[in-house]
Design a protein around this ligand. Structure first.
Ligand SMILES: CC(C)(COP(=O)(O)OP(=O)(O)OC[C@H]1O[C@@H](n2cnc3c(N)ncnc32)[C@H](O)[C@@H]1OP(=O)(O)O)[C@@H](O)C(=O)NCCC(=O)NCCS
Length: 226
């Protein structure tokens, strides 16, 4: 296993062992085993899929050089099918594509999300955040969209571990001014330690970046995902 130094490519302080890569949209090829996922997609969707996967390969290459050209098929549930011994996630939004990966020796689950740094539509806010969550985001100096993004990042870490759907109201976020956050998940699952997730967020003039992860080593207790 390579040792990944803590990096802050994004001004988002990364957990130890996490390799994060991001890019403005780039032209990239879709690899053969990835192609079925976007066979019927419109060109813009194919383009974001390919660009974000190119990012993911760069992030993987930092873990293991030969993974710089590996194929990352899409699982039936939509999650990326990472190489054995790797957890990770992909996100794309207007102007930014990102991926983060880590070895299961350091990280049990990993999710990330990127969003434009714009207000959430009012029609969405009430579905995603309750009043207490909105108060905590305001006190932390974060717009509501940060709360939305933290929940999306959490879901991308949670789902591959549990296979259980989570509504936005199934988790309650509390954000802090130092760029960390706490997420209370109202559902319990044997593959998810209660209150175990760590979260960070960062906003620059254009984008929100969030990350959610379960630190630790995938021991025999953790090996069996759904
Ligand atoms: C799946 C979901 C999180 C994707 O987020 P999004 O903002 O729509 O889009 P993003 O660009 O950020 O992420 C898309 C990527 O998520 C990944 N993804 C899709 N389904 C996934 C799943 N079930 N588990 C993990 N990752 C998944 C894929 O890599 C996808 O990109 P790709 O198809 O190009 O590979 C979102 O569509 C969703 O269903 N949200 C509802 C569930 C939720 O967030 N609940 C909140 C719980 S507190």
């Amino acid at each position: 296993m390579n040792i990944i130094p803590i990096m802050s490519l994004t001004h988002l302080p990364l957990p130890e062992g996490v390799s994060w890569e991001e890019t403005a949209p780039i032209r990239a090829a879709v690899h053969p085993t990835e192609a079925p996922a976007v066979a019927r997609a419109v060109p813009s969707r194919r383009a974001e899929f390919a660009s974000a996967r190119a990012c993911a390969r760069k992030a993987l290459r930092r873990l293991r050089t030969e993974w710089g050209s590996i194929e990352i098929p899409r699982r039936d549930d939509g999650a990326p099918d990472w190489p054995d011994g790797v957890v990770g996630a992909i996100s794309h939004c207007d102007g930014l594509h990102a991926a983060a990966v880590a070895f299961t020796e350091t990280t049990v689950a990993l999710g990330l999300d990127v969003e434009p740094a714009l207000a959430l539509p009012t029609s969405v806010t009430g579905l995603v955040l309750n009043d207490a969550e909105r108060r905590s985001l305001l006190a932390a100096g974060a717009i509501d969209t940060v709360g939305f993004s933290l929940k999306e990042a959490l879901f991308k870490a949670w789902w591959p571990r549990t296979g259980v759907w989570l509504d936005f109201t199934d988790a309650e976020v509390e954000a802090f001014p130092d760029g960390t956050a706490h997420m209370r998940v109202r559902r319990s699952h044997p593959h998810w330690p209660h209150d175990g997730a760590r979260l960070r967020w960062h906003v620059d003039h254009r984008h929100i970046r969030t990350i959610a992860w379960l630190p630790g080593t995938m021991t025999s207790h953790w090996t069996s995902g759904p």
